[in-house]
Design a protein around this ligand. Structure first.
Ligand code: HAM
Length: 420
């Protein structure tokens, strides 16, 4: 039997109801903050991600689904959307039409990571990018929107971690200080971290290896080497978050896995999902638009993992998805009336009701059983005798009340059903 590829999964109808509920909250919340939706292609030229996310990051160096197409071009399934959104903004000169573009998205991403609970190879993110503004209030807005969406889903066991990575120049200076500190401790680091010393030294803070943790516990922290501009920016973000009632904590080891960040970075962590606990992550990226070939515009954004959020919701039992139940089931009493029932069903459907009827040539008893299985509130019985009087029989399945109603008053029947 052919199965879905490792790390991908089918989202079956019952689960879709949860997705739709989440997507509705995402849409509503972003709309209230005046973000406009953007949809970009699933694949892009590989160099976009290599330049945007950074060659030395795990994503680019070992996780991308990259292939050469028949025309000889190197293409990559998008591992994230920030680089794509920036590319689209520059390509369509959106920044010329308005100074600040606030965009949001929902869609699948692809990373060849080792699958585990909460980690997939095809996963879905919702997220946002605000490009063109450097106000710390925008950084705070991102954290607030993310937190509001996640809270609206009923999740409780959350922590919000924030940090500032400063400007590229202060970060370069700090990297030298960190390198100096690590110089005589190299032998105590894990093999992976030894490699990171030259490639991506800040990521050593992210290591789960006990040896690295011991060494990094006393390492100098970037937050103590920030320039005045970064300190002020960070202070404004923090006070906006406090005013908004967001329970954040500063985590000066939060470096994140993508190279484009400047100033603020943040993550929202759930205590309900095991080791893959980051429900969302983001931050400011003031050099990225230029790096990708556009004007020198500042940006800030975040993305959240939908599978992880839904896993947390399930573990916390935070909301119930409503099953999709038809309003009405049509029972055909005589086989030769099947076309008539189909026709009546169509009229009700076009009138706005959710209607189902039998397509399997079932007996009347089996049709009633099916109506019960579907849990419909009403059954409409179509029989020759009633039809000859221009009537149909409507049965309320909850209290077994039956009414003979004129078939020419579809609106009346619809209203009777909708009332309950
Ligand atoms: P990221 O931290 O790589 O950031 O991903 C954001 C979120 O996507 C993670 O917190 C996690 O919930 C989810 N996620 C990532 N990888 C997987 C996976 N393999 N399986 C399931 N969920 C996953 C970004 O993607 C940046 N583009 C965020 C951003 C936007 N920064 C600025 N703007």
């Amino acid at each position: 039997m052919i199965k879905a590829v490792t790390g991908t999964k089918d989202i079956l109808p019952l689960e879709i109801q949860k997705w739709k509920y989440l997507e509705q909250i995402v849409n509503d919340t972003f709309t209230r903050f005046n973000y406009k939706e953007i949809r970009t292609p699933i694949f892009e030229v590989t160099s976009l991600f290599a330049r945007g996310i950074g060659e030395a990051t795990d994503i680019v160096s070992k996780e991308m689904y990259t292939f050469i197409d028949r025309g000889g071009d190197s293409l990559t399934l998008r591992p994230e959307l920030t680089a794509s959104v920036v590319r689209a903004l520059v390509e369509h000169s959106l920044d010329k039409k308005q100074n600040l573009n606030k965009l949001f998205y929902i869609g699948p991403m692809f990373r060849q990571e080792r699958p585990q609970a909460g980690r997939f190879r095809q996963f879905h993110q919702f997220g946002a990018e605000a490009i063109g503004g450097n106000d710390p209030l925008l950084d705070a807005e991102m954290i607030i929107v993310a937190y509001d969406i996640i809270s609206k889903l009923g999740l409780k066991n959350l922590s919000v971690k924030i940090n500032s990575l400063g400007t590229p120049s202060s970060r370069e200076e700090y990297k030298n200080i960190l390198r100096e500190y690590l110089n005589d401790k190299i032998h105590s680091l894990s093999e992976e971290s030894k490699k990171r010393l030259d490639l991506n030294i800040l990521r050593i803070f992210d290591s789960k290896d006990e040896r690295d943790k011991v060494v990094m516990a006393n390492a100098p922290l970037l937050i103590n080497y920030l320039e005045q501009e970064s300190i002020e920016h960070f202070e404004k973000v923090k006070s906006a978050l406090s005013n908004a009632g967001i329970p954040y904590e500063v985590d000066s080891t939060l470096v994140r896995g993508l190279d484009y960040y400047t100033h603020t970075t943040f993550e929202i962590i759930s205590g309900s999902v095991g080791s893959q606990s980051a429900l969302c992550g983001g931050g400011r990226y003031n050099g990225l638009v230029k790096e990708i070939g556009g004007p020198d515009l500042p940006g800030v954004g975040f993305a959240a993992g939908i599978e992880r959020i839904l896993l947390a919701c399930e573990n916390e039992n935070s909301f119930m998805a409503e099953e999709q139940i038809p309003d009405l089931y049509i029972v055909t009493l005589e086989k030769e009336l099947q076309n008539k029932s189909f026709d009546i069903a169509l009229q009700f459907r076009r009138n706005g009701l959710k209607v189902e009827l039998d397509y399997l040539n079932r007996s009347v008893k089996a049709q009633m059983r099916e109506a019960n299985r579907l849990n419909v509130k009403f059954v409409l019985m179509i029989g020759g005798e009633e039809l000859s009087n221009g009537e149909v029989v409507l049965k309320n399945m909850k209290n077994s009340e039956q009414f003979n109603l004129p078939l020419n008053n579809l609106v009346g029947i619809t209203n009777k059903i909708m009332e309950v």
